[in-house]
Design a protein around this ligand. Structure first.
Ligand code: NZQ
Ligand code: ZN
Length: 385
């Protein structure tokens, strides 16, 4: 096992009715900016629950954070934070709203150019306003991690940053809030969490028994419960298990002391920057192709994945690896997700643009060995057409 530091300071308030407990988590006397997305939080009544829970606090609201949150919109919120002397931020939404809130929290305390937060991948961040979250879409793990992904539409860039100052102080996870999700977002959440686990698991063995065992359990949970969430959308226990799985998939626990890949994500981000394809759908396209392309370096873990996640134990090594990759693709398709680039209007000229964007954004040596180049990405994408 590799050396590691592990610390996760985010308090989780899990279960039915937990929004009411916000009043004890948001500091007394705080001036709070409630940040939300395009209106689902208002429609579903989540915002009114938040307003009621915080009726003794001073609240100002900022709506309109887009899916794949925009740099420009976040800067408008930063201006409001400064004008109103806001002291605490509360994100109410999915990964996009939470990611935007992290960026706003960091940019509001920074005197420099906010763009540098992204180009430095977060290393210039020296502080952030405190914030909490009410999660409405289990998927990204943003509710319990220090990462954020922001899009600059004019620059055609979708860039991640990370800072230890950007952990939420608390996150409310009420599975009942997820009943309003449309099937497309349920599928996105399951697929995104699935690929987060794969990025930290499907690399090469380092004798990390606990991390591997946790990762395999989380993967099997998503495989079993993802399709059931679509079939029986009113089942609380299924939603509760999916919600907690998505959080554990990317809160640092299974990634401690193991190599990590993230190539599917970096390639996928460029697809979203190009044509706004949902984040999870880009992963459903890239991952099966990448697994096939990288079957050499990933051989031992692919065999472990085949046996422990898909129960594939017969046949030659290559046959079991092929079957595991096929099963992965079928799983995404069972969740209603298309797994070919052509399904998202991407053909050869767009691949050229994606490859160039990877170069422009310094994504020139990615994957667990740091050796996947934009030309390798081109081959992976061409095989996914
Ligand atoms: O905008 P509103 O009206 O709120 O609607 C949203 C949005 O249209 C809707 N929605 C959310 N909760 C709902 C709901 N609709 C009905 N009922 C509810 N309870 O769902 C749509 C998608 O929301 P979004 O927040 O964009 O989705 P998700 O949570 O999948 O977040 C995706 C973003 O997170 C980034 C992605 O790149 C993408 O920008 N990621 C962040 C990560 C992180 N911070 O660690 C890691 C991930 O790999 C990912 O890159
Ligand atoms: Zn993701």
């Amino acid at each position: 096992m590799n050396n590691f530091d592990f610390r996760n300071p985010t308090r989780i308030l899990f279960g039915k009715g937990r929004i009411a407990d916000l009043k004890d988590q948001v500091p007394k006397g705080a001036k709070v900016l409630v940040i939300y997305g395009g209106g689902s939080a208002e429609r579903t009544g989540v915002l009114s629950q938040v307003r009621e829970a915080l009726s003794c606090h001073t609240l100002i609201e900022f709506g309109g954070i887009e899916p794949n949150p925009r740099f420009e919109t976040a800067l408008n919120a930063v201006e409001l934070v400064r004008e109103e002397s806001i002291t605490f931020l509360l994100a109410v939404g999915g990964g996009s709203v939470i990611d935007a809130t992290k960026f706003i929290a960091a940019a509001a305390t920074d005197k420099g150019d906010a763009w540098d937060i992204l180009t430095s991948r977060g290393s210039v961040v020296k502080g952030a306003l405190p914030f909490g979250t009410v999660l409405t879409l289990p998927a990204t793990g943003s509710e319990m991690n220090p990462a954020s992904v922001i899009t600059h539409a004019e620059k055609g860039a979708k860039l991640p940053f990370m800072s230890s100052h950007c952990y939420p102080q608390f996150s409310v996870l009420d599975p009942e809030i997820t009943f309003s999700l449309p099937p497309r977002q349920i599928a996105n959440g399951v697929a995104d969490a699935f690929v987060h686990i794969i990025e930290q698991y499907l690399t090469y063995p380092v004798a990390a028994r606990v991390q591997d065992g946790f990762a395999e359990t989380l993967l099997r949970t998503l495989i079993e419960l993802g399709p059931k969430a679509l079939e029986t959308p009113g089942d609380y226990d299924i939603r509760a298990n999916l919600m907690w799985t998505a959080t554990l998939a990317l809160n640092g626990l299974i990634g401690a002391g193991v190599p990590q890949d993230w190539a599917s994500h970096m390639i996928g981000h460029e697809i979203t920057a190009l044509n706004d394809t949902d984040h999870a759908r880009t992963l459903a396209v890239v991952l099966p192709s990448l697994m096939h392309d990288q079957r050499g370096p990933k051989r031992e873990k692919l065999l472990q994945y085949a046996a422990n996640v898909w129960d594939l134990r017969d046949g030659s090594d290559d046959a079991r690896i092929d079957a595991a990759i096929d099963a992965t693709r079928r799983f995404f398709e069972t969740m209603g997700m298309k797994t070919r680039l052509g399904d998202y209007d991407i053909s050869a000229p767009e691949i050229e643009r994606i490859v160039n964007a990877l170069k422009d954004h310094n994504m020139t040596a990615i994957g667990e060995h740091g050796v996947i180049t934009p030309e390798d990405a081109r081959r992976i994408l061409e095989a996914a057409l």
